[in-house]
Design a protein around this ligand. Structure first.
Ligand SMILES: *[C@@H]1O[C@H](CO)[C@@H](O)[C@H](O)[C@H]1NC(C)=O
Ligand SMILES: *[C@@H]1O[C@H](CO)[C@@H](O)[C@H](O)[C@H]1NC(C)=O
Ligand SMILES: *[C@@H]1O[C@H](CO)[C@@H](O)[C@H](O)[C@H]1NC(C)=O
Ligand SMILES: *[C@@H]1O[C@H](CO)[C@@H](O)[C@H](O)[C@H]1NC(C)=O
Ligand SMILES: *[C@@H]1O[C@H](CO)[C@@H](O)[C@H](O)[C@H]1NC(C)=O
Ligand SMILES: *[C@@H]1O[C@H](CO)[C@@H](O)[C@H](O)[C@H]1NC(C)=O
Length: 392
């Protein structure tokens, strides 16, 4: 009887042992009612398997862990603190951190992380302290912290962030300390908000003398809080057409000129987008280089469209195939603007016209149109030049 009891007891400890044992590289102990797995300074190359499921603090700092696999923490979902500072991590697999929904403290500072699994952060809504400083991160998504309403301390300093989008911290109502220094900031219009924000926020933003511009060259080394008002203007686009598409009939063979005129500072990136039938063409205009008379689009589309650096798009000979939407977009640091026209060939009377009444024959319109264009100096090319351009 006693022997049987002993056997059961042995089995019981064995079972408990499997579930709750501490990995042999760690030491586990209770502290103030929290269970702590202490595994720092152990030359660990990966997260040990078998962390106790009731663990609240997992200390893995100062090891040689190179990457985190997505299942590493699935058994420790009660954890409130995870310390991974001073390892050699480059990658954290997506989904690794998402199960740790109770985390109050996450420290992965001083690693070599380039791509952080930002989507995992969305689930860590309890976080109070997030340290991702001293890594190699380049992109900080605007909504990275949008669900972390309880955050108190945020350290993103000493990374490679070139910009921080306005609104990145706006969900963090309890934030009291924010470290952003030692990042290579690009002091363009899109960062100008930061200067004003730092000087008005109640959040402590330390080391202002290390929050400096890395680019452009003329601002390199200048404190972000010191940059003077930049010349910033949101983009604007106007598309005009010759003939005026809203007022004129467009007949087969006619030449249509669409001009895209843009404004904005910094000078916006401009592109034409053409949707004809079920085809879609993008013609980004080069932002550098000399203005010249050469179309920028390649030969395969030149018999239908000629796109020039100055923003003009010419349809040399309109046919039904060119019916569609022609839209010009301008983008700079401050935003995007778009304007477009719909080009529709007027169906000549006699074909399958549904519009009653007289329309002049196509040739006469074309001729009038050309006369207008030439006399107003809009065409510098003669028709002969044009043909040789698009045939060649
Ligand atoms: C967690 O589990 C271990 C191993 O079973 C146990 O020794 C410890 O007391 C537990 N700690 C807490 C805080 O529940
Ligand atoms: C999680 O627990 C299961 C079942 O106890 C075990 O098989 C698995 O190895 C554990 N995974 C990790 C990463 O600890
Ligand atoms: C993360 O949160 C989303 C949305 O609340 C949920 O669907 C998902 O299962 C969570 N992921 C994990 C690993 O807990
Ligand atoms: C910032 O501006 C102040 C006042 O104009 C000036 O004294 C200081 O040298 C500037 N510092 C930097 C780092 O640009
Ligand atoms: C743009 O350049 C093309 C080719 O040189 C020219 O035909 C067109 O008239 C120019 N557009 C404007 C608005 O000057
Ligand atoms: C052109 O744009 C209009 C309105 O945006 C849309 O209804 C139409 O389907 C578009 N046509 C093509 C060919 O994309």
């Amino acid at each position: 009887m006693a022997k049987q009891l002993l056997q059961i007891l042995a089995l019981w400890t064995f079972v408990i042992g499997i579930v709750q044992c501490c990995p042999k590289q760690c030491s586990c102990h209770d502290r103030y009612g929290n269970h702590v797995a202490a595994c720092a300074y152990k030359d660990l190359r990966e997260v040990p398997v078998g962390l106790p499921s009731n663990v609240s603090s997992v200390i893995l700092s100062s090891n040689k862990i190179k990457f985190l696999k997505s299942k590493s923490f699935i058994n420790v979902t009660q954890a409130t603190a995870l310390y991974l500072a001073r390892n050699e991590m480059v990658t954290i697999e997506r989904g690794t951190l998402a199960p740790l929904t109770q985390l109050l403290i996450l420290d992965i500072s001083s690693n070599k992380i380039v791509n952080f699994p930002w989507e995992d952060l969305v689930n860590l809504t309890a976080l109070h302290i997030l340290k991702i400083n001293n890594n190699e991160m380049v992109n900080l998504p605007m909504d990275a912290f949008s669900t972390l309403e309880d955050m108190r301390f945020l350290h993103i300093n000493n990374n490679k962030f070139t910009t921080i989008v306005q609104g990145t911290f706006s969900a963090l109502s309890y934030l009291s300390h924010l470290q952003i220094f030692d990042n290579p900031f690009a002091c363009s219009c899109s960062l100008e908000w930061l200067r004003d924000w730092i000087s008005t926020t109640k959040i402590s933003v330390p080391e202002l003398t290390s929050i400096v511009c890395d680019t452009p060259e003329n601002l390199k080394g200048m404190m972000v809080t010191n940059i003077t008002k930049l010349d910033c203007e949101a983009p604007a686009v106007t598309v005009t057409s010759q003939p005026n598409i809203d007022e004129s009939d467009l007949y087969e063979g006619v030449m249509v000129i669409l001009n895209c005129v843009t404004k904005g500072s910094p000078t916006p990136q401009v592109s034409w987008e053409v949707t004809v039938g079920n085809q879609n063409y993008m013609f980004p205009l080069p932002s550098t280089g000399e203005m010249n008379d050469k179309p920028i689009n390649d030969k395969t589309t030149r018999n239908r469209f000629l796109v020039f650096r100055n923003g003009s798009l010419i349809i040399p000979r309109l046919s039904e195939k060119e019916n569609g939407n022609y839209s010009c977009t301008a983008v700079n640091d401050l935003g995007k603007a778009e304007s477009g026209v719909k080009v529709v060939l007027t169906v000549s009377p006699g074909t399958s016209s549904s519009t009653p009444g007289f329309s002049p024959p196509a040739e006469s319109i074309t001729l009038t149109l050309l006369t207008i264009l030439i006399s107003s100096g809009i065409i510098h090319l003669s028709l002969g030049d044009m043909e040789s351009t698009w045939i060649s």
